[in-house]
Design a protein around this ligand. Structure first.
Ligand SMILES: [Fe+2]
Ligand SMILES: [Fe+2]
Length: 320
């Protein structure tokens, strides 16, 4: 790496900076005073930041290749309590620096191959062959992409291998909860956890950097309906009973709980109910930890959009 710039997590309002970042997306927009500008998102392995390049247009835009590293010179401002970068100039990084792009991608903190192995270990714990075969067949079709797929475009786990990380942490939660409460069917719970978001591979299209966009099918149907279709197809292929297919479809269809969030039905049995809460716990834990990772103890984060724009506090406690 020839060029060392400031990391996004270290940016502070008022500073003029030089950095090297991945361009996630860029769009030409028109400002309220009728001038065109470029609106973009820049990222590195420490976070992402919205950026504006004022009084620019097609000439600059045509050189902005998404998912490439750029040298960026700009001024950090605070707008509506959120940091934003006003670009002075930027240009694509040269080939030598471009080769280091994976070091600039936010990734899950564990090796994907090791996490995939853990998912298969939980799959092996599913005693019912009917349920296990559906899960195995669905994993089999997706495992190449599951290795690097993010769990979202911009919300929780929108990092390389984020979907796998989400599934693994949920499986551990599911196992722990099933030891606290009697009578939980772990076959259904583990299967539900593994397949609930698998159709995000298809709802989103991601590159190997884990940067995602919605597909046409994703925008028109979403991962819940796509998941139901996939369970139906895979269930028939593996010869599962109608009851098993129905139960798994219900878990996927109800996992967002509210119609406003994409679930046409609320959970109707306990494993479906638990799946929703385990999903929420994992998403929330991620959002809290992400919000406070670069915040000093005793202070608050920027407002977090996915947590109703709350500012999250990092407690200041003495080491014990
Ligand atoms: Fe989901
Ligand atoms: Fe999820």
């Amino acid at each position: 790496m020839r060029f060392e710039g400031i990391k996004i997590s270290e940016l502070k309002a008022g500073e003029t900076i030089n950095g090297i970042y991945i361009l996630k997306n860029a769009e030409i927009k028109v400002s309220s005073n009728k001038k065109t500008y470029i609106d973009m998102t820049l990222s590195d392995n420490t976070g992402e930041i919205p950026a504006k390049w004022w009084d620019t247009g097609e000439d600059q835009y045509k050189n902005l290749v998404p998912n490439k590293l750029f040298y960026v010179n700009g001024r950090v401002d605070s707008w509506r309590d959120t940091l934003q970068l006003n670009i002075v100039k930027m240009r694509i990084a040269d080939e030598e620096d471009q080769r280091c792009i994976t070091e600039f991608v936010q990734s899950a903190p564990r090796q994907p191959e090791e996490m995939l192995e853990e998912v298969y270990a939980y799959t092996a714990k599913i005693k019912s062959p009917e349920i296990r075969n559906i899960v195995m067949a669905m994993l089999d079709k997706k495992e190449d992409k599951l290795i690097y797929w993010p769990a979202a475009k911009s919300l929780h786990h929108s990092i390389r291998s984020g979907l796998l990380y989400h599934i693994v942490r949920m499986l551990r939660s599911a196992e722990a909860i099933s030891k606290v409460y009697e009578g939980i069917n772990t076959d259904l719970l583990f299967a539900g956890v593994i397949i609930h978001d698998l159709s995000k591979i298809g709802e989103l299209d991601a590159n190997e950097l884990g940067i995602a966009e919605y597909t046409k099918e994703g925008q028109l149907l979403g991962h819940i309906i796509m998941g139901v279709e996939e369970i139906d197809r895979t269930g028939r292929e593996t010869g599962a009973s109608d009851e098993v297919i129905l139960l798994l479809k219900h878990m996927v269809i109800s996992h967002h709980y509210e119609a406003d969030y994409g679930s046409p039905k609320k959970p109707a049995f306990i494993e479906a109910e638990l799946l929703h809460h385990i999903d929420m716990i994992d998403a929330r834990v991620y959002d809290y930890q992400n919000a406070t990772k670069s915040v000093e103890a005793g202070s608050f984060s920027e407002p977090v959009w996915s947590l109703d724009r709350r500012c999250i506090y990092k407690p200041m406690l003495k080491e014990t």
